[in-house]
Ligand binder design. Structure first.
Ligand code: AQP
Length: 335
C-alpha cells in the first residue's frame, strides 16, 4: 500500500525583495524537498504587514516573489504555491491559537525583540503575536516538517508548544511539526556588517544580494564586502575570529558545493581581491538563470494569476479539513 506522503509548509514574507539569504537558507531546500513531500509554499503577506508597507510595493513584491519561487525550480503542478491572505483560514486559526499562546512565551521571542527595537514607533500587537499566526500557517496543513533558516527555529519550537497544549486539551488535532534546518546556508550574513543576518528589509543595500539583481551590481557588492586586515593565509575557516570571511566562504560553498577545506586550498597564497571576485562570480552564475526565468514569467501575469488562484483553492481545501475539527473541538457551532 502507498504510504501517505509527509507534509511540508514554509513561507517567506514579501517584506522586501528576496535575497541570497532567502534563497540559500530557504528556497533552495524547498526545491530539493519538493520531490519527496507534499509541499505548501506560501507568500506570507499577512506577516509582512506587521511592519508598515507601501501597498503598491507589497503587491508588486508578492507577485514577483511568486515568479521567483517558480524560477528557482518550484513546479506549481507539484507544489501548492499560494498567497496567505487568499486563504482566510490562516487568520481564523491565527486568532484561535492566540487564545492558546501565552504572553510570556511571545515576550521571549528574539525576533519580536529585534523587530521592536528596529520599529520603535510601531510596536503593534501583530508584531507580538506573529508566532501564533505562523503556528496557524503550519498547523492548518498538518505539516510534518518546516524548512527554515536558523533564525526561525525558535518560532517553530513555539508552534510545537502551542500544538501540544491544544492537543493536550482536545486530543490529537494537530500534527507536531519539526524544524528542518539546512547544513550550509542556514544563516547568510550581511556583506557589510557580517554580525547581522542578511535581511530583505535591511536599510543598507550594499549588505544584501538580491535574487533579481544585475550581475554588475552583485560583483560590486562582493568587491566591497567586509573582510579583515589579514594578508597571509587569509582565506581560512575561523567564524568567530573572521566573521566576514566565514560568511563569504559559506556563500561560496553553497554556490559551488565545495567544502571549507577545499576552499582554503583553492585560495592558499591568494589575497582577498581574488577571493571576493571568485565568490561574486559564483553567485552571478548561480542567480543568472533564476533572474532570467523570473523576468520572463513577470511578462505573463495571467499565468501567475492562474498559479496563485489554483494554489489558494488547493490550500483552502486542505485547511478547511483542519478548521472543521478545530471548530468542533473548541465548541463553535457548525457553520
Ligand atoms: N540571511 C538568511 N540566511 C538564511 N536564511 C534566511 N532566511 C531569511 N534570511 C536568511 C530564511 O528565509 C525564510 C523566510 O524568512 P521570512 O521572510 O519569513 O522572515 P525573516 O527571517 O524575517 O526574513 P528577512 O529577510 O530577515 O525579512 P525581514 O527583513 O522582513 O525581517 C526563513 O526560513 C528564514 O529563516
Amino acid at each position: 500500500m502507498d504510504e501517505k506522503r509527509k507534509i511540508i509548509f514554509s513561507g517567506i514574507q514579501p517584506s522586501g525583495d528576496l535575497t541570497l539569504g532567502s534563497y540559500m537558507g530557504a528556497i533552495r531546500n524547498w526545491v530539493e524537498l519538493s520531490d519527496s513531500y507534499d509541499c505548501y509554499y506560501c507568500i506570507v503577506d499577512m506577516h509582512a504587514i506587521t511592519v508598515r508597507q507601501d501597498p503598491a510595493e507589497l503587491r508588486r513584491r508578492a507577485l514577483s516573489q511568486l515568479a521567483q519561487y517558480i524560477a528557482c525550480g518550484l513546479d506549481p503542478q507539484k507544489n501548492t504555491l499560494f498567497i496567505q491572505s487568499h486563504v482566510p483560514a490562516h487568520a481564523q486559526l491565527g486568532w484561535i491559537l492566540d487564545c492558546y499562546t501565552m504572553f510570556g512565551e511571545l515576550s521571549r521571542m528574539t525576533q519580536f525583540k529585534d523587530k521592536s527595537a528596529k520599529n520603535a514607533e510601531n510596536i503593534n500587537a501583530g508584531l507580538f503575536t506573529y508566532p501564533s499566526l505562523m503556528a496557524a500557517d503550519i498547523l492548518l496543513y498538518q505539516s510534518d516538517l518546516v524548512p527554515v533558516g536558523e533564525d526561525q527555529k525558535q518560532h517553530v519550537e513555539l508552534c510545537r508548544d502551542i500544538a501540544q497544549r491544544f492537543n493536550g486539551i482536545y486530543g490529537d488535532v494537530f500534527t507536531l511539526p519539526e524544524p528542518f534546518i539546512p547544513k550550509t546556508g542556514a544563516r547568510i550574513m550581511s556583506l557589510t556588517t557580517p554580525e547581522n543576518k542578511m535581511s530583505k528589509s535591511d536599510k543598507d543595500p550594499g549588505g544584501c544580494i538580491y535574487i533579481m539583481q544585475k550581475p554588475e551590481d552583485i560583483l560590486r557588492s562582493f568587491k566591497r564586502a567586509k573582510t579583515d586586515s589579514d594578508t597571509e593565509n587569509c582565506v581560512r575557516w575561523a567564524p568567530a575570529e573572521k566573521p566576514g570571511v566565514a560568511n563569504l566562504m559559506q556563500i561560496y560553498s553553497c554556490a559551488t558545493g565545495l567544502t571549507m577545506y577545499e576552499i582554503e586550498a583553492e585560495f592558499a597564497g591568494k589575497g582577498y581581491g581574488d577571493f571576493k571576485l571568485k565568490v561574486g562570480e559564483s553567485v552571478v552564475e548561480l542567480l543568472r538563470p533564476i533572474r532570467e526565468r523570473a523576468e520572463d514569467l513577470m511578462k505573463n501575469k495571467d499565468y501567475l494569476i492562474s498559479v496563485y488562484r489554483d494554489g489558494a483553492e488547493r490550500a483552502a481545501r486542505a485547511a478547511s479539513r483542519t478548521m472543521r475539527k478545530v471548530y468542533k473541538k473548541v465548541g463553535f457551532v457548525e457553520p
